[in-house]
Design a protein around this ligand. Sequence first.
Ligand code: PMP
Length: 361
Amino acid sequence: MSRAFNFSAGPATLPEPVLRQAQAEMLEFGNAGASIVELSHRGPEFIAVAQQTEADLRKLLSIPDDYAVIFTSGGATTIQALLPLNFAEAGQAADYVVTGHWGKTALKQAKPYVAANVAANGEAGGYRSIPARGEWHLSPDAAYVHITANETIHGVEFRDIPETGKVPLVGDFSSSIASEPLDIRKFGAIYAGAQKNLGPVGISVLIVDRELLERAGQPRADIFDYRSQLKAESMLNTPPSWNWYMLGLTVKWMLDEGGVAEFAARNARKAAVLYDVIDKSGGFYRNEVEAAVRSRMNVPFFLFDEALDKPFLKEAAAAGLISLKGHRALGGMRASIYNAMPEAGVQALADFMKDFQARNG
Ligand code: PMP
């Protein structure tokens, strides 16, 4: 068996101990006589998994008791569409700060349900920076302000949390949840698809101030109603139980490794190693994001000559470094270095990049 260092943006690399435990428990979960994926979500085994997962996630992220945790399927995109239905009145303003592809997606999903206002937009500058706070045009009566904490494609990350007064802030943390300590009280809600830092694709997490859940929102089916979901303990219908279980194992692994403070330190070191190689390459490699808002999770970069892209990817793969191709919207390369990417993987990539430059520069 040869597991490579996998820099995929999501679905992304998972901790090896998590995969091993899942493998060991695949045929029989404890003494249940069946796999967890074969058992009823109403049975004692899965109920215990679900409860432990929430308790561990609350511990890992220091989630205050007055915030609810809801596990959902449908990915972060579905949450983006349900935010306005749950937390805004029909026709009410909602502010969107667009700092990359995923902010744009959030805006698109909300548009049918609210008066979506683009409070700030980094598009004209190619999403290489975050518009200065003084230039944001926030609506005083907005239902919420939406930001994308980390733009997975453009590699732009908020390094401080904007102050939005009495208008609740909603953050898409799909690609940076649990990567560093976060004061959840500064948000009305945060959400994330699991497939980067939390586990496998197929489950997402919404962490929401219980006060926001009291808002009437707009007419919607029960299944789209986060109050109903919470009341049903995220099991209004059959939940993605396997993904939930895997998320639980991943969260437990992060706690065992030392929690978010430890990952913040590792992630800062990993990002510094890669940006250093890029910045010291004399233009062989390029990342044009403003230094202060460069992502710690996704490092997009370009080679000075596009003709080198193919050989770079081929030789990297041969060296055990896979999934480095950039998103089709940007081209170039992208190294995603979430919590489960070991420092040794990033060091191996840095060494390969220096060697590739020496041979092709
Ligand atoms: N937001 C961000 C920041 C993302 O990176 C992604 C997926 N890459 C999404 C939203 C969409 O997530 P999903 O595919 O789970 O709907």
